[in-house]
Design a protein around this ligand. Structure first.
Ligand code: ADP
Ligand code: MG
Length: 148
């Protein structure tokens, strides 16, 4: 599924919509270059999930934990992670295979630690379409790779 947004608000709203639909143990990978809107999307997602107090910038923290929703919500930003061993130390697996909902910014950097099944969300800029234009591609990943 591909969605196009033309403002930060629209991307936030899309995150909100997906966050409201997130279910127990679901994992989301959030991909895209620096500054495309991953964190903004994640904040919309958190709001839709039922989080009131959204922490503004998790860029300097690898994990932001929210316990106030109907399920725990874990927002990871693994941009600064050195290697997968560092992730293991944090207990990444326990979050991923737990009851909570996990969203991972820069999941492409830690692919070997990702579960076999997750939803991949890729945000792409195309300045030829305008500075605030974003193409957002959502696809389900399973054991066999990408689902058609
Ligand atoms: P990332 O986490 O991918 O590095 P951020 O979410 O921190 O990116 O920042 C995205 C920036 O892009 C914000 O300043 C936001 O206002 C801006 N922006 C402009 N247009 C859009 C859009 N359509 N969707 C998302 N962000 C947008
Ligand atoms: Mg970010």
């Amino acid at each position: 599924m591909t969605i196009e947004t033309y403002s930060p608000e629209e991307t936030f709203a899309l995150g909100e919509k997906l966050g409201a639909k997130a279910r127990r143990s679901q994992v989301f990978a959030l991909l895209g270059d620096l500054g495309v809107g991953k964190t903004l999307f994640a904040q919309g997602f958190a709001k839709g999930f039922g989080i009131q107090d959204i922490i503004s910038s998790p860029t300097f923290t690898i994990i932001q934990e929210y316990q106030e929703g109907h399920l725990p919500f874990y927002h990871f930003d693994v941009y600064r992670i050195g290697d997968v061993a560092e992730l293991e130390e944090i207990g990444f697996e326990e979050y991923v295979y737990g009851d909570g909902v996990v969203l991972v910014e820069w999941a492409n950097l830690i692919l070997e630690a990702m579960p076999q099944v997750y939803t991949e969300i890729t945000i792409i800029k195309d300045v030829s379409q305008g500075f605030d234009y974003r193409k957002i591609v959502i696809q389900e990943i399973n054991e066999t790779g990408v689902k058609p």
